[in-house]
Design a protein around this ligand. Structure first.
Ligand code: AP5
Length: 217
């Protein structure tokens, strides 16, 4: 099963990917995570992309396309993959079509998770994670039992993403509406787009996604 999770920042793409990975044993390819790893390892790619990410704008297409092209041909993608955060422009979507046809693969579903902008800003500004075990928390509804300690591993300092400041989130939303939302009609035309109400709680969104995915399995 090969699918794309499409949606604005904070829609729940990462959260829902985790569920799908567990249920279907496929790999999650998150371009945001890949880029953050490059930045935190201070690689030359990380140095190139840092300023785009910090300002909330999109990293140039050629960099992202090459990164995904290198990743998709690895063996672990053979059993299926979730693209989380890619494609984000029409050029990226067209490049993906070409990449997939070269390796005899196709997309089965594009799941759009739809959420209001103001709700997204609230969610993102509440988000923090444990830097060691990666457990995610949210000030709105999921706090650790002890405010200074991860429930999972006991680490005492949490990580807040630099691009999660309200001003940057607003820029990320502008990028989404200008450059990424055009992918909705693109995939609708291909007949593989499914839209989910992402304003519902996490469990309900998961259930709705699973109902769609079950059609193929
Ligand atoms: P990226 O890391 O992809 O960020 P994003 O798309 O902005 O997505 P987020 O990770 O913020 O949100 P999400 O939808 O995964 O939500 P989550 O599940 O975490 O990209 C970062 C940057 O990298 C970009 O700005 C760009 O610069 C660059 N980049 C990446 N890919 C690129 C590309 N293809 N081209 C060019 N540049 C690229 O949930 C958020 C919070 O909400 C969590 O706390 C979660 O618990 C909570 N939550 C989730 N679902 C619900 C729910 N249903 N109800 C209540 N709370 C919920």
């Amino acid at each position: 099963m090969n699918l794309i999770l499409l949606g604005p920042p904070g829609a729940g793409k990462g959260t829902q990917s985790e569920n799908i990975v567990k249920l279907y044993n496929i790999v999650q390819l998150s371009t945001g995570d890949m880029l953050r790893a490059e930045v935190s390892n201070s690689t030359s790619l990380g140095e190139k992309v840092k300023s785009y990410m910090v300002s909330g704008s999109l990293v140039p297409d050629d960099i992202i396309i090459k990164m995904i092209e290198n990743r998709l041909c690895l063996g672990d993608c053979a059993g299926g993959f979730i693209l989380d955060g890619f494609p984000r422009t029409i050029s990226q979507a067209q490049a993906l079509d070409i990449m997939l046809s070269k390796i005899n693969k196709k997309l089965d579903f594009v799941i759009e998770i739809k959420v209001d902008d103001e709700q997204l800003i609230k969610r993102i500004s509440g988000r923090f994670t444990c830097p060691i075990c990666k457990k995610g928390y949210n000030k709105l509804y999921l706090n650790p039992s002890n405010p200074d300690e991860c429930d999972n591993c006991g680490k005492v300092q949490f990580l807040f993403r630099e691009d999660d400041k309200e001003e940057t989130v607003r820029s990320r939303l502008v990028s989404y509406h200008k450059q990424t939302s055009v992918l909705i009609p693109y995939y609708h035309q291909m007949g593989i787009l499914y839209t989910i109400d992402g304003m519902k709680d996490i469990e309900e969104v998961s259930e709705r996604i699973n109902l769609i995915l079950k059609r193929l399995t």
